[in-house]
Design a protein around this ligand. Structure first.
Ligand code: BTN
Length: 253
């Protein structure tokens, strides 16, 4: 059950005990030509990274941390839509295995009970407007105790804390890869409407009043849904806005 499907994304597979960051290692290996589908997972990261220069902190062995290397033939404008797939793949896998239904906080955080359960950090390299590789990194709080969670500093939860039992990380990883494989095929074949609809249905922000900060710019409005390309549609007082980057704060429920 915990084995990676040979026809699915996730091979070659590299497992580390201790590394600076699987995203950094994946980028180094991608530069040296590691193939599409390569997967790197680790027990511990000394320099785990989150979005917006944040750190990702996890005690050894408790968190599922991995990075997937993709080499899609896509225009650059579609890359950020691709990053949404990882959030969907993790949601589906968790639903299958644990029955829990996490919600996606746009763009790429998973929330459960109103706090963070997982995060996705996507990085890519391009040459002459063509995507060379994409690294999709996921950190999922699996077996973190309440004590571990308290040490993170920002509000967070784990599967252990939500369900009162521990979970097999390898089994979850295999299910994420299987789902990612199907989602990736649908995404690259072109009909992305079903994916956008699923993302929207799993969205934590739908119908909420939010503000999105991108650098010094702050936009406020109602989260109306997702555009066909995965951008967020925000309904302001006078106009609708399409948002592709930023950090979301929920203003009201
Ligand atoms: C976020 O919450 O802002 C994203 C967190 C992403 C963390 C994962 S853990 C595996 C991979 N390697 C990293 O350094 N970061 C990602």
């Amino acid at each position: 059950e915990a084995r990676l499907d040979p026809n699915s994304l996730g091979l070659p597979y590299f497992h580390f005990e201790d590394i600076d960051s699987t995203n950094l290692e994946a980028r180094r290996r991608a530069e040296k030509g590691v193939p599409h589908g390569a997967l790197l997972a680790t027990e511990y990261q000394s320099k785990g990274r989150g979005r917006l220069e944040r750190r990702w902190i996890a005690p050894k062995g408790a968190c599922l941390m991995f990075s997937l290397v993709l080499r899609p033939k896509l225009e650059m404008s579609l890359v950020f839509g691709l990053t949404n797939l990882a959030a969907l793949a993790v949601c589906r896998a968790l639903e299958e295995i644990t029955g829990l239904e996490p919600k996606i906080k746009w763009p790429n955080d998973l929330y459960l009970s109103g706090v963070k359960l997982a995060g996705v950090l996507t990085e890519f390299a391009s040459r002459a407007e063509q995507v060379e590789y994409v690294v999709v990194g996921v950190g999922l709080n699996v077996n973190l105790s309440r004590q571990d969670l308290a040490e993170i500093g920002s509000p967070a939860t784990s599967l252990l804390s939500e369900t009162g039992r521990s979970w097999d990380r390898a089994r979850i990883l295999a299910a994420v890869m299987r789902n990612m494989n199907g989602l990736y095929e649908t995404f690259t074949k072109g009909d992305r409407r079903a994916l956008v609809a699923e993302y929207e249905a799993r969205s934590w922000l739908l119908g909420k009043e939010v503000s999105v900060r991108d650098g010094d710019e702050v936009k406020t409005g109602l989260f109306k849904g997702m555009a066909a390309d995965g951008a967020l549609i925000l309904k302001g007082r006078t106009k609708e806005m399409l948002i592709r980057h930023g950090d979301v704060t929920v203003l009201s429920v």
